[in-house]
Ligand binder design. Sequence first.
Ligand code: G6P
Length: 609
Amino acid sequence: MCGVVGGVSERNMVPIILEGLSRLEYRGYDSAGITVIGSSNKLARQRVTGRVEELAKICGNENFRGLCGIGHTRWATHGGVTIDNAHPHFSNDKIALVHNGIIENYAPIREELKAKGYEFKSETDTEVIVHLIHSLYVTNKNLLLSVKEATKQLHGAYAIGVMCVDNPDEMVCARLGAPLILGLGIGEMFFASDISALLPVTQKVVYLEDGDVAIITRAGYKVYDAHDKEIFRKPNISELSVTQTELNGYRHYMQKEIFEQPDAIAQTLQSLGNSFNTNVFGRDAGKIFKQIDQVQIIACGTSYNAGMVAKYWIEDFAGLECRVDIASEYRYSKPPKRPNTLIVSLSQSGETADTLASVKYAHELGMTNTLAICNVAESSLTRLSKLSILTQAGPEIGVASTKAFTTQLVVLLYLANTLAMTKGHLTSNDAEARIRQMRCLPQLIIDTLKLEEQLKLIAKEMEYKQHALFLGRNTLYPIAVEGSLKLKEISYIHAEAYAAGELKHGPLALIDKEMPAIILMPGNLLHDKVKSNVQEVLARQGVVYLFTDTEEDVTAKCHRVVKMPENIAEYLLPIIYTIPLQLLSYHTAITKGTDVDKPRNLAKSVTVE
Ligand code: G6P
């Protein structure tokens, strides 16, 4: 959460920072700020509560310019949403700093600095960093050294960019537990939370490691590792392009990302190849998959819901016990130390703090067979894990995850089958048939997206609803959970999901003629069981929205029936049934007029605990 961007250039940094901030806004959007060192070598700052758009309006003044500058978009943790709490923060009008992360020991440092006479103007944990750096700079007069010494005293997570009026030709950055990259231009050098912020100016990036401190000038960069040793971090050329991160005619990123799913899945399938092959997970995967006798999945949010689907597949196909835990729970739990566990972490961003901490925790417990399924190459998670595989969803910018989820499901289905092969549970004929069926996914999704008009109608009926209930069984239960999460996060309707069999154990009490029940009832093995649940809701005047590929007596009594594509392989159902639920939440949010891509209080990348 929070996005940072900045750099030293031969041209005015203000438009570059503003563009970078708007591209980082998915990380947090309750306030934004920018500081440049102006021509008179003084710090000039603009800050707003609200969006980057508002910040841009007040940065139009010609005199607000500088060749060295930093910017920040905030997702509040310590201190409310006020101008004073917005970054950049200053110390003695000499040093300016932006920060993403949380400093856990800020309170004692703050007291020490106050005793030395430092005056705090905000309620943030960040302000202690800038004063701490200043207090060291006063004696050593060296910004790089001051940042190195200051970061040694900090506990928690940080990605910082710091500049000092005494030397407007250089800037110092540092990271620990929060992402930070350098961007290399010609006669200019930048830093940012992620590559999307820098794509308009460069595709050449250096990924900083935890504990790194870097100094950048127009001519180059130097990096010092956690042991203060100068180290060469190799530049990479990013494959992302500016157009991939733009709306390209769509109204919202979420809409664009929903409709990109056939392509994203096709790309992901292509990267996996024509057979179930352990090598795609990494060089040692074959050996590790043979050794393991259970699977532990760890994730947050939508990624966790993908993990819940995978549990059914892994247990069914590979005969392996599979546990799924929410990362923020796992990291503080006491799981049995079983070294033959495959720890699978799922994350779109690869930067979610709790997921990262869980993988580190598993390593500490001696469970080092870690596999990351991630959408971002070179993310902290992929670098931390022994094995990794990328979903080929392309950049996902809408806060509500869509294409990252369905591509995760594709990789998880592939993983379950690869484990099944390794454990001798899958014949080569069955393997071929499954690969063939998985290849039908892009077209099946194209067909399912055609349901959009029907879902718009349902969305209109949802507009005035306060609550909604989502029901499903087996692999469709986690899809009900995901559908309810999508609806609540972008349309602010309270939605809950239950395994349909649990209906009688509580939620049935909520059913009346006001309560919409969204029920997923494919014509699969559990069809009759779900049908009984539909009857139970109807018998209590519940308003049923049925998603099914079957036609029968019960459908006539439902309020609306969404006819899903027929003859879909059982294991592809969760992927296909996700699509109409995404469209339903998207159109409900449009009808309600909420901010689809940036729902209130949320952020895409949760890099704090
Ligand atoms: C946030 C996002 C969700 C995402 C979750 C986990 O809550 O808003 O869309 O599912 O984080 O993120 P990850 O990047 O680890 O998948």
